[in-house]
Design a protein around this ligand. Structure first.
Ligand code: ADP
Length: 962
């Protein structure tokens, strides 16, 4: 059973929560964000509008206050201007009066008297009133001259009266002179009011008009002061009366400030504002009661508020405005200076009242904002509630079909595969449910099939178990940890431990160490490569006996996720092993026997070939001896010797060849062979024989003759000569032999066709058996019956085959098939030409222990006139001679007593003078091993004995002229 897979996905959430979350993510949160942004924009705009509003109100209020301050200042100035004009006029009138001599009317003169303390003054008014008062303070003694001056200036009293009457703000009009004469209208009791002997020039309403204080010589406004004569706060406007010598005095008008004060106090200023008037020096001229408590005012504002920023600004700037903290609240203040008078008119209004409107608008907007937030909160609460209900509804809508499907799946899981098709309201769900239903049906069908299959499998399993139990073999299943998983055996005696001891345990716990290691390596190899491995071993089983086993280890590839295991099939091969052992022993014995046979044959052959070499060699020498030519009879006899010798040699050679092939010791020298060349050579060799037999030997000249094949040249020549000589031998009188060549399916077929008696069907295979001849056809014909045997074996050794076709009475055709070689051969240099052109005398050293052979070589020398022969009997002598004379070629026998040919060659090669001389082995040994060894040890060539005179001579020439 499969365990449920561990889920790595995030924790599952209920559907309602999921829908709710998606509502929140997709609708609610962006919605709320947008609303919050709107609210933010609203409040920021509100704040900005409020700021703009306040600024606008502030600037309009400022403008209004500045306008009021300036307007009132100008109005005051206008009024003051008239007064200045009047005082100027008064001054010029007085100046004029001072220089004009005129007598004082009596009535007026009667009002002037001396005071006992020296003052000169009016002691009464005009009768009926309307006169001025005069007062010489007595600071300067009043003499005639002074009385005259008094009389002059006293006459100006009507002017004074006119001035006073014409100026509504004027409290009095007067003239003061430098010698303290004072004429003043309206009349009052001067003695009572004035101090005696005062110096008028020391008073501000005099000296402020003098040269030092008033260089422009204009009218001057004095600092307001409190009038002791009962006029309250007044100020004086004075104008200098200059003569050519000096300043004679001043003309002045006293102004009651109350008029300005009232004007200021009655100013109509919006926002409950009020006006204030201060003099140049900071004296408070007019201020309402409200201001008094707010400003905590005393008479002089500058002295009182020395540290105040506002006062500093006010003092230094003629016009201005600003917002200042006065009386614990913020006040908007603007001021303007009255020209000439330098009074400052200040207009004050509380800011809270100015901004009341703006504040109210702001409050209203804030309230609206608050309501908006509350409204939104209510809206969102309802909206969230609505969404939540919607999410629940939707989750129910989706969850119901899902739960329906879940139930379906559950029922299918419990085995109720065939479910009714539900009716659902969501199309995709309906389709899914339909698919589920179909799936259930298919599952049901599959389950049925599976049940049947598993029943069949169980049946098969029990059959298999029965089969396994009936097997002699033991079967193990091993996992990748080398543990026994399952074991099947009919006989537990074949195990090393009982089945239940082995299952779950490892190979190493059950088997001996080295065997367990071999097994584990093989199990590993099998699991890695998925290839079957085999193993053989001997093991002591529970039966207490050693037995041989063969194991086949094969992988079991699991389709499921299970790990692969291996199946080991172990078979008891003890009997086979014993048989093998017997066979090996028999084979060894046979090999030993065969070896002994080969050695025997080799030795016999050597012993036979050595005298045969002498026989054939001398026979040849006799045949070709130019000095002592043979008679015809002798020649015939020698021919007979030669024929018998060659036949014997041939027989020996063929027997040895067959022995070699059978013992697997035949070695071939495979090369590229030109067919045409080979056939020509064979034709040449066979031609004399064909002539002897009166047979016409012909060769078909076809294109295939120019092909090349892969073969051992000498051996193939041997095969062809055998076939051709048979064709000549077994022929009719004046018959013919045709040698042909053709290409058949990538094979070259060389055929030898004769016109002989033919071979009966039943003999066709027999003739290839050794020493088998067709009796009635071979009478009188020389032969041993092994030529064809050897020909077939040699051909097959070269990778080819021999086939025979024959018709009795008509003739036979023997065909040799060999693979076609595509490579062309290179033509050999024309050695013969080189040899014939040579005139050099060469030295050849021949080393052989056999005196007959040495003698033979002397005879052979006749055929090589350009060679000077040196014959020695042992290796030692040969080495000595070679060291002294450095011959051009050395011929060396192999089988010699004391020092054999191999040892002699070794010494020769070690001599510096001789190391490059070509050395050819000349041996009667037919052992291919000797031949092979000779070539390996450094012989340049190998000539077998008995020598074939012409090829021997040719080979020597080849080496000498190389
Ligand atoms: P040998 O020729 O020495 O007897 P072979 O093995 O060459 O031995 O031949 C075996 C026998 O096959 C021959 O004795 C001969 O009877 C028969 N034979 C071989 N070649 C031919 C042939 N061309 N025509 C008829 N018979 C032949």
């Amino acid at each position: 059973m499969h365990s449920p897979r561990q889920s790595t996905s995030p924790k599952a959430v209920p559907l309602v929560k999921w829908i709710w979350n998606s509502y929140l993510k997709t609708a609610l949160i962006p919605f709320i964000c947008v609303e919050l942004v709107f609210l933010g924009v609203y409040f920021i705009t509100n704040d900005w509008i409020k700021g703009e509003n306040v600024e606008m109100i502030q600037s309009s209020a400022n403008e209004e206050l500045i306008r009021i301050a300036e307007r009132e200042a100008i109005s005051i100035r206008h009024e003051a201007g008239g007064i200045e004009h009047a005082v100027q006029m008064l001054a010029s009138q007085a100046k004029h009066q001072l220089v004009q001599a005129s007598a004082l009317p009596l009535e007026e003169a009667s009002r002037l008297i001396y005071h006992p303390e020296g003052m000169y003054y009016t002691y009464k008014d005009r009768t009926g009133g309307g006169g001025a008062a005069l007062y010489y303070t007595g600071h300067v003694p009043v003499g005639e001259q002074e009385r005259e001056k008094a009389a002059k200036l006293f006459q100006i009293q009507d002017v004074l009266r006119d001035v006073k009457e014409s100026q509504p703000l004027a409290a009095s009009a007067y003239i003061n002179t430098y010698d303290s004469l004072n004429v003043i209208y309206p009349y009052f009791d001067v003695i009572e009011q004035y101090m005696p002997h005062i110096d008028v020039t020391a008073l501000n309403f005099y000296y402020e008009a003098d040269e030092a204080h008033n260089p422009q010589r204009k009218s001057v406004w004095t600092e307001p002061y409190y009038d002791l004569a009962g006029n309250g706060w007044i100020t004086s406007v004075i104008a200098p009366i200059d003569s050519e010598e000096r300043m004679e005095g001043v003309a002045g008008i006293d102004i009651t400030i109350d008029t300005f004060v009232d004007k200021v106090l009655n100013l109509s200023i919006p926002w409950n504002g009020y006006g204030m008037l201060i003099s140049e020096e900071g004296t408070m001229l007019a201020f309402p009661d409200a201001a008094k408590s707010e400003w905590k005012l005393s008479r002089n504002i500058y002295e009182q508020n020395r540290q105040s920023v506002f006062v500093d600004t006010l003092r230094t700037q003629e016009h201005g405005w600003g917002s200042y903290e006065i009386g614990g609240k913020s006040q908007l203040i603007s001021w303007s200076t009255v020209p000439q008078l330098n009074w400052k008119l200040i207009v004050v209004a509380p800011e809270e009242l100015i901004y009341a409107n703006a504040a109210q608008v702001e409050q209203t907007m804030t309230r609206v904002g608050g309501w908006m937030i509350a409204g939104l909160l209510v809206f969102y609460s309802i909206f969230i509630l609505y969404l939540y209900i919607q999410a629940k509804r939707m989750s129910r809508f989706i969850a119901n079909p899902i739960s329906h499907m879940r139930q379906m799946v559950g029922r299918i899981g419990e085995g109720e595969y065939r479910q009714e098709r539900p009716q659902l309201r969501i199309q995709e769900m309906q389709e899914t449910a339909d698919k589920l239903g179909e799936m259930g049906h298919e599952l049901g069908d599959t389950k049925d099939k599976w049940l049947q299959a598993s029943l069949r499998a169980e049946e098969r399993e029990s059959h298999l178990q029965a089969l396994l139990s009936s097997l002699d073999d033991v079967i193990f299943e091993i996992d990748k940890h080398y543990r026994y998983v399952r074991i099947w055996t009919k006989d537990e005696g074949y195990l090393v431990k009982s089945k239940h001891e082995l299952i779950g345990n490892t190979l190493s716990s059950a088997l001996p160490g080295d065997l367990a290691t071999r097994y584990m390596d093989i199990v590993n190899e099998t699991l890695t490569t998925n290839r079957t491995q085999t193993l053989e071993y001997a093991l002591q089983t529970m039966k207490e006996e050693w037995r041989w086993f063969s194991a086949r280890v094969s992988p079991i590839l699991k389709q499921t996720n299970e790990e692969n295991t291996v199946l080991i099939l172990v078979r008891d091969i003890t009997e086979r092993k014993q048989m093998e052992q017997r066979l090996i022993e028999a084979k060894n014995a046979a090999e030993l026997a065969s070896q002994a046979k080969s050695e025997f044959l080799s030795r016999v052959s050597h012993e036979l070939r050595t005298p045969l070499n002498a026989i054939l060699g001398f026979a040849q020498v006799m045949q070709f001896d130019p000095e002592e030519p043979l008679s015809e009879v002798q020649m015939d006899n020698v021919d007979e010797i030669m024929r018998a010798g060659k036949h014997l040699l041939e027989l020996i050679n063929e027997v040895l060849d067959i022995t070699r092939i059978e013992s697997g010791k035949m070695s071939l020298s495979m090369e590229t062979v030109a067919v045409d060349e080979l056939l020509n050579e064979c034709m040449d060799l066979l031609e004399p024989m064909a002539q002897d037999y009166g047979i016409a030997l012909k060769k078909e000249q076809t294109a295939a003759c120019h092909l090349v094949i892969h073969a051992d040249y000498t051996r193939l020549k041997q095969v062809l000569i055998n076939l051709m000589s048979n064709a000549v031998k077994y022929n009719r009188n004046a018959g013919s032999v045709l040698v042909g060549c053709e290409l058949v399916h990538q094979e070259v077929r060389i055929s030898v066709t004769d016109t002989g008696p033919g071979i009966p069907e039943d003999q066709m295979q027999l003739i290839f058996e050794p020493f088998t001849r067709i009796e009635d056809q071979t009478v009188g014909i020389e032969g041993s019956g092994i030529g064809l045997t050897l020909a077939r074996q040699l051909t097959e050794l070269m990778g080819g085959r021999i086939e025979v076709e024959s018709k009795v009475g008509e003739g036979s055709r023997f065909s040799v098939y060999l693979p076609h070689n595509l490579k062309p051969i290179e033509s050999d240099p024309d050695v013969e030409a080189a040899i014939s052109n040579s005139e050099t005398k060469y030295q050849v050293l021949y080393i052989d222990d056999n005196p007959a052979n040495l003698l033979l070589m002397d005879k052979v020398a006749v055929h090589l006139p350009e060679v000077e022969w040196k014959n020695v009997k042992s290796g030692r002598e040969g080495i000595q001679l070679a060291g002294q004379q450095c011959p051009d070629l050395i011929l060396l026998d192999i089988h010699m007593p004391e020092m054999d040919g191999f040892e002699t060659l070794e010494v020769l090669r070690s001599l510096q003078r001789c190391c490059d001389i070509p050395v050819i082995a000349v041996s009667a040994s037919i052992s291919s091993l000797d031949h092979k060894k000779a070539m390996e040890l450094g012989f340049d060539d190998y000539i077998p004995k008995p020598i074939e005179l012409s090829s021997f001579v040719h080979k020597i020439k080849t080496y000498l002229h190389a």
